[in-house]
Each structure stands twice: as C-alpha cells, then as structure tokens.
Design a protein around this ligand. Structure first.
Ligand code: ADP
Ligand code: ZN
Ligand code: ZN
Length: 763
C-alpha cells in the first residue's frame, strides 16, 4: 500500500511529464507581412526548420482560412509554452542568412511607430528590391565593352552602342541610350565585343576621376570643425553636429576629411546628399579621395544596387554616398553619418513609409554610438532650433574659403515701372548677363517653373485651361504646343480657340524655363545657352553631359529649375539671376518663406566662387519680405530670428508637430464626409472643446484640429482631396490621438486616406 502511495505521489509531482501535452511547448516565429495584415502574426516553427528560423530572415507562411502561402519577415523567435489556440506552421525559410540585423529590425519597428505606418511597409522600404528578389529571379545582367578588338568595321549603330558601353549598363539601357535596337546589342554580346560585367565589381568600376589632386590644407576653422566630428567618433559617442557654413565655405572638404579619418580608423561612413545633387561632381569628389565608394542613386538597376549592398554588408566598401535611402546601408562598422544640405525636403519620403532620413539617421547614430553631421548654409528651422535649445552642437564656417567674398546681391523690384520689361528678363538682369559674358564669365539663371508658359488663358472671358482630371492649370510646353499637367503628367491637346467661349485666341501667361531659354537666346544671339530641367534631363547621363559642357566652358548661360541651384562649384560663374523669387513665396504652406530664403541663398551661392568675384540679381515683387531681405544680405540668421517667433506663436514646427490626414475619393462628397468624420473623431480623442481655424491670441499649448478643408490641390488624378490637420506641442500625444481616433474606424471602398506625420509637403 505504502509503495503504491509513494509511486502515486511521485507521479503526481512529475505531472508535466505525463499530464501535460508535449505539443504545448515549442518555438514560435513572429512574422510581419509586407502587405495585407498589419499585425505581426505568430507561427509554429516545425522541428525540421528549427535551425534556420531566425529574426531578419523571410519565411513562407500560410495566411487566412485558405492558407495561401505568403512571404513575410521574421521579427522575433521565442521558445516556450504555446498559446491556447493552435498555430499554423511555417512552411519554409526563404533566405540563407538574415537580410536585417536585430538593430535594423529595431529601427524599422521604431519607424513604423514614429511615422504611423505599417511595419511591413517599412521593412520593404529599407531593403532594396534587388536584395529582396528571390535568388531564382535574377535581374538583367549588366554589360560593358570588352577588351576584344573589332575584327570587322562596325556599323554606325554598333559603334554607338560600344561608345555608350564604356559605362556598365543593362542591354535595355544600352539600347535606349544609343538609340540602337536590342538586336544590335545582342549581336555585339554574341561577337564578344560586349561582355557581362560582374555586378560585384561595379562599386569600383568607375575610375576615380581627378584623383591625384592633393587635398587642400584645411583652414583653422575647418580643422576645428573636423575635430568636433572626430572626437566623438573616436570615443564611440553619439553627438549631432550641425555644420552651418555659408556657400563655398568648405563644408564638403570638412566631410571629406572627417570621412577619411573615419576610414583610417577602420570604420565606415555614410554620406547622404539630396538626389538632385548626386551629380557626377559630388561623386567624383568622393571617388577622387577614396577610390572605392558605393554610390547609391535612383538610376541603379536592381542588380547594381544589390551588388553594392552586398559589398557594403561585407565591409569591403568603406564609404557610402547616396540619397535618402542610403541611410539604411548595412554597414557592419559604422563610424560616421553625414547629411549634406540637411534642409532639403527630399530627405523626407513622399510615399509610405513617410520617414525623414534626418530622424532615421539620428536614431541610427545614437543607437550605434557615432556622430551625425548635418551640414547646410541654410539649416532647417527644426535643426536651428535644436541648436538654440542646446541639444545639438552648432559649428560655424562664416567665411568663404581663401577670403573669397560672397557675391553682391542686387534686388530688382518688379512692381517698379522702370524695372518692367516685356519678357521675364528685366533691364538690370539683362545688363548683368551682358557684363558677365563680356568679362568672360558664365551665368546661371534660375526659374523654378518648367515648360514654356505657366498658364493658358482666354483674354476674352478669363478662362484658364485646366487639366481635365486635376484642379491644376495646364502648363504650355514646346515643341508640339502641348498642355501638360504638372500634377499628373497628363498631356492635353490644346485648341487654338477658347474651350469655354470659343473666342478665337488664347494667350500664354507666365514664363517657364523653355520661354526663358528662348528669350535669352534672342537677347544674346552670340551666347551659348543650355537648359537644365526634368524635361531636358530625362535620359541617363544627360545631367552629367550638360554639367561637363558647362565646366568646359562650352556653355555660357545655363538656364534651369532648382536642379541648378545646389551643390555646383564652378569658379567661372560670375552672375546668378533669380528670375522670379516670388514663385514659391505665396504657396499655402507655412514653410513657404523658409524654402524661398533657402533656394535664393543656395543659388546665389553658385556665384563668385572664383577670383573674378560675382553678382546676383534677384527679381521680385516682394523685395521687403524678410526671406528675400535676408537672402540679399547673406544673413540667414536674420531670417531665422524673424521666422522663429512667428512659428512659435502659431505652434508650428519647430515648436509643435503636425499630423496631416489627406482623404481622397472620386466622389467629392464621400471624401468630404470621411474627412469630416475623421476631424470629429480627432476632436473627440483630443478632448476639450472643438477648435478650428488659426487662433491668433490663444496659447498654442492645446492640440488643435484644423479642417476638414479642401487640400490646396483640391483634385488630383480624378480624386477629390480633403485634408485635416492636427497640430500640437507633443508628437507622442498627437500620435495617441490619431490612434484613438482611427482605431477600428471603417473606410468606405471608394475612399482612401493617408496619415503624414511631420509633413514637409502641404499641398
Ligand atoms: P561648400 O561645400 O561649403 O560649398 P566646398 O567644400 O565645396 O564648399 O569648397 C568650395 C571650394 O573651395 C572647393 O573648390 C574646394 O575644393 C575649395 N576648398 C575648400 N577648402 C579649401 C581649403 N582649405 N583650401 C583651399 N581650397 C579649399
Ligand atoms: Zn474664353
Ligand atoms: Zn492632371
């Protein structure tokens, strides 16, 4: 009896061994799907896959009732007791090794919370398409001219293809660039005159142009700036350093030196530049100094991008230069992040995930204990304020290199009848251009509107021709007298008579870069004129060609949009003309003044970099506006001092945060209704009495909900657009309000809406 009793007790005490089901323990993989389901899902890891399931790899998992297989990202693996409800099993592991490190997974999770977007969306954005592509589905091979000597004379089209193939590109790109057919390219490949280039070599394929030139000896100020960056780099300490230096003060040399020392320390550096200034000039300055540089720009093929990604991850490339998304470069030994022209809007992504690379860079630099350098001649007010608050360190370079003077700025008041002219070029500007060309200098003319005329209007009834699917006036483009919508790109054939009243003629209003180019050619028939805007820069390499020609003095006058305003360093430019400084000043955006001041100062900074000195002519109807006054006196801080109190009074950034919700629908009433509901729910979630409009004497501490209101562009691609704005001092609180308001909120099928946290685009 006693024995029996004992054994029962033993059995009772070891109860888990027989009473508990084995299947209640196991390993669970948490998976985030790139689309569809927003919540992370749990799956059981079968014994057979236990060794290969880890965070950062992608897994094939069954989804929903149908169990249709989908590929998602494994974000966590936990071993232990399983939940009550049965779990579906992981089907397969997609990747041989993790695509994302635990830190990058952490970054993407933070991003999804920070910008209120789906984690899966962020994961997709962080990994280039070439990296995500399945091993079996290879991207097009990259071709390059082989060393073989042609045995027979080449046809003209073959010669053209080979000339283009000096630079590696895919067959499709080669055909496009050379104008030859794909068959010509295939034949050359067959004949051995073209060969497939190993994508892994691409990162170093380009020769280091201009290498050999010894780097300049840094000024004392520059050396101090470099030291301010290197001290935290060596100490593996995070710090944000704002390099506030006038145009031509040698900021780029500071980055180059800091990067050089970082590499000498055995670490890697990421340098972010706006896509627009990923010009050959910037790249070749980096290549000349470091030889092997991974340049990540938007023209790379997926194969090229993947190859560079692998080299960076392997640690064999020490310097990464690229646009916004290069902030995700998988550097295993990061030592420094630099953002040049940090005030540029292009660092914020316009589609989901709507992240800002400056904030991402700060997170990364903080988490990896490395310095972040933000450089600009015109820092964003967000950045300026953080320096004033003592959070970030500002280092100034107030002088141009070598004692060069900033150019004198002449403001032409276009309201003054004496300054009026029939075309866009005032007598003063014309005289300035004449002076520049006679003295052997070059000219840059900025006009931030492409096309020929900015509007087509009927003089009889006043009707302005609009895009049939957008609330946007058509821009008149030559050749072909086409009406182009700059919102959606749609081309409309224009009739010679007014579509509204049938009066026999319409007139072309406003000036775009095409018309400006025409007029300049007419006024200066002896001058060589070129135009640079998205219309003339569509094909690969055209940017490079035009800038090379400008550098080689084959062009006297360069006309262009903001594309020519930034980063260019040409010592022979002695005159910069800003044809219409007001173009962006009156846009319905609280940053309109800031942008105008930045743009005018940036383009002015292209003038007078050489021994000839320089001038700037700014044509404006608002010469007394603080943004233009500051630009005219090269006193950006004066602008900051007038603008910050205005922002503070309104509770706008940098003193507050904005969340913008844009609702779209083909049905105006549906969009309006949905936006109204969202506004109501936001007000309820914010608590307190509903407020609306812009209170002028109310303390900005409270959260405000503005709208619903039609968006400044009220219709785009046949969708009516309404927006609601949430403004308040604390961004976490704003996110909480949005989350509460939209949680479980149903959206009708014909309505879509987006949430933009800290938007830079208000149209
Ligand atoms: P920023 O980036 O501030 O516009 P850059 O670094 O492009 O200025 O410098 C402007 C020009 O001056 C470049 O041609 C650069 O090579 C040259 N430069 C910069 N620093 C020095 C220096 N210490 N000595 C001589 N030339 C310099
Ligand atoms: Zn009319
Ligand atoms: Zn349109």
């Amino acid at each position: 009896m006693a024995d029996k009793h004992t054994s029962q007790r033993e059995l009772f005490e070891t109860r888990p061994a027989w009473e508990e089901d084995d299947r209640r323990h196991g390993t669970v993989a948490t998976v985030v799907l790139p689309e569809g389901v927003a919540k992370p899902l749990d799956y059981l890891v079968p014994e057979s896959l236990a060794g290969s399931v880890e965070p950062g790899r992608r897994l094939r998992v069954p989804l929903g009732k149908s169990g249709r297989p989908r590929v998602g990202y494994c974000v966590a693996v936990t071993a232990g007791e399983l939940p009550q409800q049965p779990l579906k099993e992981v089907i397969a592991v997609e990747d041989e090794r993790p695509l994302l490190s635990p830190r990058m997974l952490g970054l993407t999770k933070w991003m999804s919370e920070r910008w209120m977007c789906r984690w899966g969306e962020v994961l997709e954005a962080v990994l280039p398409a070439g990296v995500r592509a399945k091993a079996g589905r290879r991207s097009a091979p990259v071709l390059v001219r082989s060393a073989a000597e042609p045995a027979r004379t080449l046809t003209p089209s073959q010669a053209k293809v080979l000339a283009c193939a000096a630079e590696p590109m895919t067959a499709e790109q080669l055909a496009e660039k050379s104008g030859a057919s794909r068959a010509v390219v295939s034949r050359l490949l067959k004949n051995g005159l073209l060969e497939i280039c190993d994508p892994a070599r691409l990162a170093r394929a380009k020769p280091a142009a201009g290498s050999g030139a010894a780097p300049p000896v840094l000024s004392e100020r520059q050396a101090d700036a470099v030291e301010a960056i290197l001290a935290p780099m060596r100490a593996r300490r995070h710090e944000t350093i704002v390099l506030f230096g006038v145009t031509g003060s040698g900021k780029t040399e500071v980055y180059l030196k800091a990067v050089e020392e970082t590499v000498a320390y055995g670490r890697q550096a990421i340098v972010l530049v706006p896509e627009i200034s990923l010009t050959p000039q910037t790249c070749s300055r980096f290549r000349a100094r470091f030889g092997e540089v991974a340049v990540l720009h938007s023209h790379l093929t997926p194969a090229e991008r993947h190859a560079q990604w692998k080299e960076i991850a392997a640690g064999s490339v020490s310097v990464v230069v690229g646009a916004r998304s290069a902030v995700f470069a998988p550097t295993p030994r990061l030592g420094l992040i630099v953002i040049d022209e940090e005030h540029e809007n292009s660092f914020k992504q316009g589609t989901a995930p709507r992240y800002h690379a400056r904030d991402v860079a700060e997170w990364r630099a903080r988490s990896e204990g490395v310095p972040l350098v933000l450089g600009s001649a015109t820092p964003s007010l967000e950045t300026f304020q953080r320096c004033l608050a003592g959070e970030w360190r500002m280092v100034e370079l107030p002088q141009r290199v070598g004692g060069a003077q900033l150019p004198a700025v002449i403001t032409v008041d276009q309201r003054d009848p004496a300054s009026r002219s029939r075309g866009p070029v005032s007598p003063r500007l014309q005289a300035g251009i004449g002076w520049a060309i006679e003295s052997g200098g070059q000219v840059i003319l900025l006009l931030n509107r492409r096309g020929f005329a900015t509007a087509v209007q009927c003089p009889a009834c006043g009707h302005t021709v609009r895009c049939p699917q957008c609330d946007i006036a058509l821009t008149f483009h030559q050749p072909g007298s086409r009406g182009v919508c700059h919102g959606c790109g749609r081309v409309t054939r224009l009739t010679p008579d007014c579509p509204e009243c049938r009066s026999p003629s319409v007139s072309l209003r406003g000036t775009g870069t095409q018309r400006l180019e025409d007029q300049v050619r007419r006024i200066f028939p002896g001058a060589r004129v070129a135009r640079m805007d998205t219309d003339t820069m569509r094909s690969r390499g055209s940017h490079e060609k035009t800038l090379d020609a400008f550098r080689d003095r084959e062009i006297d006058i360069l006309v262009g949009t903001q594309m020519i305003a930034k980063g260019l360093d040409f010592p022979s430019v002695v005159l910069v003309g800003v044809v219409n400084a007001d173009a962006a000043l009156h846009l319905p955006d609280f940053r309109a003044s800031e942008r105008t001041c930045q743009l005018v100062m940036q383009v002015a900074g292209r003038s007078g970099r050489g021994p000839l000195g320089g001038r700037v002519v700014v044509q404006t109807s608002s010469p007394d506006h603080p943004a233009l006054r500051a630009a005219a006196t090269h006193d950006y801080e004066a602008f900051v001092r007038t603008e910050l109190p205005i922002r503070e009074a309104l509770g706008y950034p940098p003193f507050g945060h904005v969340v913008r919700i844009v609702v779209r629908s083909v049905d105006d009433a549906a969009a309006r209704h949905q936006a109204g509901q969202i506004a109501e729910r936001l007000r309820a979630a914010a608590g307190g009495p509903p407020t609306s409009g812009t209170p002028s004497n109310v303390a900005p501490a409270a959260v405000r909900v503005l709208g619903p209101a039609p968006a400044p562009i009220a219709r785009l691609r046949d969708r009516f657009r309404w927006h609601v704005q949430l403004i308040g001092p604390d961004d976490a609180e704003l996110r909480r309000i949005v989350r509460d308001a939209i949680d479980g909120f149903a959206t009708p099928d014909d309505v879509a809406w987006i949430v933009d946290v800290d938007p830079v685009e208000m149209l």
